[in-house]
Design a protein around this ligand. Structure first.
Ligand SMILES: C[S@@+](CC[C@H](N)C(=O)[O-])C[C@H]1O[C@@H](n2cnc3c(N)ncnc32)[C@H](O)[C@@H]1O
Length: 203
């Protein structure tokens, strides 16, 4: 796969670019299956990779057509990394950021996923300005403390060239924190459907 030149001077990110050139298997890794079986049964839907892929492809179709157009993506709180794999299968460059010592770290490592480790409650995040076309944050915003939501959005606006997508997991923290998401200067809110919000750069 032809990769664009690395836009980020960070050596960790350069290594990730190297990893991106390695083939990922289409298999659903045993590590994941073993790991998820230790979760409560209601979480076992994650065992079904096909279903997760379908959900992610649906999200891409509905909310981020840029990804189909092979724009680059930063996936904040990338979880098991299925989104990263879906993007890779479509030829879209996607990098995940996840908290150091995330439960998912062994999975990322066993599958060579392109993940940068950083606690996103701390600023700045380790990416240069306008490094990705799209910054995506799905089911993760509520893990970042409500008092940080406005900083979080500002930081996403610094890193995104074109678009920000937040899909929150439902919960009291989101309801309380959402009013703090003031649209950054140079951006416009183009979609607000409760737990789903998107912004586009207009300046
Ligand atoms: C519920 S999972 C969502 C995973 C994935 N985005 C999805 O839609 O399935 C939340 C993710 O946020 C990550 N996370 C939690 N706190 C974080 C923090 N402070 N900084 C960065 N990532 C964090 C977790 O490790 C996990 O990968």
């Amino acid at each position: 796969m032809a990769l664009p030149l690395c836009f980020c001077p960070n050596p960790e990110v350069r290594n990730i670019y190297r990893c991106l050139q390695m083939p990922l298997g289409p298999y659903y890794d045993e590590t994941i299956v073993k790991y998820i079986k230790s979760w409560p049964p209601e979480q076992h839907r994650y065992l079904d990779k096909k279903m997760q892929e379908k959900l992610i492809k649906e999200q891409i179709r509905l909310y981020t057509e840029e990804i189909l157009a092979k724009k680059s993506v930063l996936d904040v709180g990338c979880g098991m990394g299925i989104f990263l794999e879906v993007c890779q299968s479509m030829g879209t460059l996607a990098i995940g950021v996840d908290i150091p010592d995330s439960d998912f770290t062994p999975i990322h490592k066993s599958r060579w996923l392109p993940v940068v480790y950083h606690d996103c409650r701390k600023f700045p995040w380790p990416f240069p300005a306008r490094a990705f076309d799209v910054v995506r944050c799905v089911a993760t915003i509520t893990f970042l403390q409500p008092e940080n939501f406005s900083f979080t959005l500002q930081e996403m606006a610094r890193i995104a060239r074109q678009k920000i997508l937040i899909i929150a997991n439902k919960g009291a923290t989101w309801d309380k924190g959402k009013p703090l998401l003031t649209t950054p200067k140079g951006w416009e809110l183009v979609r607000d459907e409760g737990t789903l919000m998107t912004w586009r750069r207009n300046g």
